[in-house]
Design a protein around this ligand. Structure first.
Ligand code: GLY
Length: 434
């Protein structure tokens, strides 16, 4: 009969999940709700929003969907996994209660304290005046984080006291992210190298995926506003097997155990935003889902079938070594609409996708299908991912193919994975020359 699978979400992450699921000989049907033009080209899109829990559950029952994979945080926070499980169907994604690890930064910090997981120290404030007084009293900058979900716009990293006070005003007074910042955390700033480590979790067991680095700022050199992510690569040269093992034993396993002990076991993909500091690994944040664009560079490195691992995790029966990893490197460059993450134009015709080289994948994010081809419909339009024998090779291929794609207002970062490529190679390719 085969497995009928539903991927919930509409970004590049969900296109990558659909693409990977379709390679499985076990799947007999793959649906995506609501999907995008890329998922429509290979699977069946279903026009149901990720947080329309009743609509999704109705669809799952009518079509006898065997396994649902939850993409975005909005679906986690809406309690999709709870309802799918209550209807006797398998779901890869955490319950609303376990998903608080992302939907409440205060919850995540309390959990980490309980589990003894290293994370920067912090204070919680429900009141802007008290937060401002604290900053003035300390006389230094703090990272300012909204407690709730804020689509990547809830964390501000000021450089001094004045900017910290401005950040508090922006979140708590101007309410730039609404009620998500009715409560904020002031967190001790730390420095180091950032890495995203995602793991499959079955309630008890943790299986790490390969690490990736994400680029959150809009502009080269980590300038400009925070975005959902402008590119990513895998593997980071500075985060090896020993670091992965340390992260699993000191971070993932204690947190997963604490959630289980609290009666809210975690099943699904657990994403740790980590910083490798001089004092070891610290947790910046957790996300209750696959990252975007991390999924686009991690999933192409899975050798063979991923569906049995997702299904086993959903059943609570994850084996020790369910995924084989390719040694090949991946570099993903997000092609965005000019203006993103602020206002941007949509409806531009996308040219050049048929001219991409082999070993290059185009995961759609904000696209629609039109009679004359694909058109833009979102801020992050495409993630172009190249595979290579090394990061340098993957990076060169990625940018060569970025040059083949064109749409009105197309913008992208030119420095994805640049830090991993030796300066001599950059000079040979003409980069790094003033
Ligand atoms: N790439 C960051 C995120 O998925 O939240």
């Amino acid at each position: 009969m085969g497995i009928k699978l539903l991927v919930v979400g509409s970004g590049g992450r969900e296109h990558a999940l659909v693409w990977k699921a379709l390679q499985s000989p076990l799947t007999s049907a793959v649906f995506c709700a609501p999907g995008n033009a890329g998922t429509a080209s290979m699977a069946v899109n279903v026009a149901i929003a990720p947080d329309d829990v009743a609509g999704l559950v109705r669809f799952i029952r009518e079509r006898a969907v065997d396994l649902t994979i939850v993409g975005p945080e909005a679906a986690v926070a809406a309690g999709l996994a709870d309802e799918v499980a209550a209807n006797g169907r398998l779901v890869f994604g955490p319950t609303k209660a376990a998903g608080q690890i992302e939907s409440s930064k205060v919850f995540a910090k309390a959990l980490m304290q309980k589990a003894g997981v290293p994370t920067p120290s912090f204070r919680v404030f429900d009141d802007a005046t008290a937060a401002r007084d604290y900053v003035r009293g300390e006389g230094r900058a703090f990272v300012v984080k909204a407690d709730g979900l804020a689509k990547g716009k809830g964390t501000l990293v000021p450089r001094d006291v004045a900017e910290t006070l401005e950040a508090i005003d922006e979140l708590m007074v101007a309410r730039r992210v609404g009620a998500a910042a009715d409560r904020v955390l002031l967190e001790e700033p730390i420095t180091g190298k950032e890495v995203s480590l995602l793991a499959l979790v079955d309630g008890t067991r943790v299986v790490p995926m390969v690490p990736a680095c994400d680029y959150k700022r809009a502009l080269d050199g980590d300038h400009g506003p925070n975005t959902g992510g402008m590119g990513a690569y895998s593997p980071p040269g500075f985060f090896g097997d020993r670091d992965i093992t340390a992260a699993v034993t000191r971070i993932f396993e204690p947190v997963v155990a604490a959630l289980r002990e609290a009666g809210t076991p975690y099943r699904g993909c657990l994403y740790a935003g980590l910083m490798l500091t001089e004092d070891g690994i610290q947790v910046l944040e957790f996300n209750a889902r696959f990252g975007d664009p991390e999924a686009q560079v991690v999933l192409p490195r899975v050798e063979g079938d991923l569906v049995p691992a997702l299904e086993a995790a959903a059943r609570g029966e994850l084996p020790a070594d369910p995924v084989r990893w390719s040694p090949r490197a991946t570099v993903g460059v997000v092609l965005a609409s000019r203006g993103y993450p602020g206002p941007y134009a949509s409806g531009a015709l996308i040219n050049g996708l048929s001219r991409l080289e082999p070993n290059v994948l185009a995961f759609h994010g904000g696209t629609t299908t039109a009679p004359d081809g694909y058109r833009t419909s979102g801020g992050r339009v495409l993630t172009l991912v190249a595979l290579g024998d090394s990061l340098a090779d993957a990076r060169e291929r990625a940018y060569r193919n970025v040059g083949r794609v064109q749409f009105e207002g197309m913008t992208y970062r030119a420095d994805i994975a640049q830090r991993e490529v030796p300066a001599t190679q950059l000079l040979r390719s003409g980069e790094g020359v003033a």
